[in-house]
Design a protein around this ligand. Structure first.
Ligand code: C5P
Length: 218
């Protein structure tokens, strides 16, 4: 198989990571969760108590930070933070951090480096429009807010995280608004991306649909 890049974008809770992981396994390619990278930087800034309006301090921290994705785990400066980065206190701040230009510049650079090395399926908000503009296949995955919030609620309950359905709806709406309206690389469907609405579909149905799009497009 020639080297392939698949870009999956969409709003919070559309099922991007679940679907991308399954497709990566099926195709034997790397899965890169770019949201996890923004979450890891956010966790570090929160732990350090940095005021995110203080751009110089944010830049200093970002420049000295190592974020790695290894075998489905997320490492921040060598420490596995895969669970912490999913906590509501990180989710509620991540979109503000992701709107800062020096954060995006650094992470986009790292994401492109990863995609140079091997075939990837990369998910996020700006993959098809910016990070991997030349990706052979671009998908914009979406679902109704209610369905996305329901899925997140079940996921959080299964992890034993105490959060109400209403809080999840608010978090999703808030992040969608910030992600879609920020100045730099906002959440948008790339013109050449194929829209896949996952509302009412099973995971398997969506995986099959995307695999057949990949087979046609690659
Ligand atoms: O994908 P996930 O919901 O974990 O992403 C967390 C946040 O990271 C998003 O709400 C968004 O603010 C930011 N993000 C981004 N660009 C990406 C991936 C994520 O701005 N490519």
């Amino acid at each position: 198989m020639n080297k392939i890049a698949i870009a999956i974008d969409g709003p919070a809770g559309a099922g991007k990571s679940t679907i991308s992981k399954l497709i990566a396994e099926k195709m034997g390619i790397e899965y890169i969760d770019t949201g996890a990278m923004y979450r890891a930087i956010t966790l570090k800034l929160l732990n350090r108590g940095v005021d995110i309006k203080d751009i110089q301090s944010v830049k200093d921290i970002v420049d000295e930070t190592k974020v790695e994705l290894i075998n489905g785990r997320v490492y921040l400066d060598g420490v596995d933070v895969s669970e912490e980065i999913r906590m509501p206190y990180v989710s509620s701040k991540v979109s503000d951090v992701a709107a800062i230009s020096c954060v995006r510049e650094r992470l986009v650079y790292l994401q492109r480096e990863m995609a140079k090395k091997s075939s990837v399926i990369m998910d996020g908000r700006d993959i098809g429009t910016n990070v991997l503009k030349d990706a052979q296949v671009k998908i914009f995955l979406t679902a109704s807010v209610e369905e996305r919030a329901k899925r997140r609620f079940v996921e959080m309950k299964n992890k034993g995280i105490d959060i109400s359905f209403e809080e999840i709806c608010n978090d999703i709406r808030n992040r969608d608004t910030i992600d879609s309206n920020r100045e730099i690389n906002p959440l948008r469907k790339a013109e050449d991306a194929i829209l896949v609405d996952t509302t009412g579909k099973t995971i398997q149905e969506v995986v099959d649909e995307i695999i057949s799009i990949i087979r046609e497009g690659a």
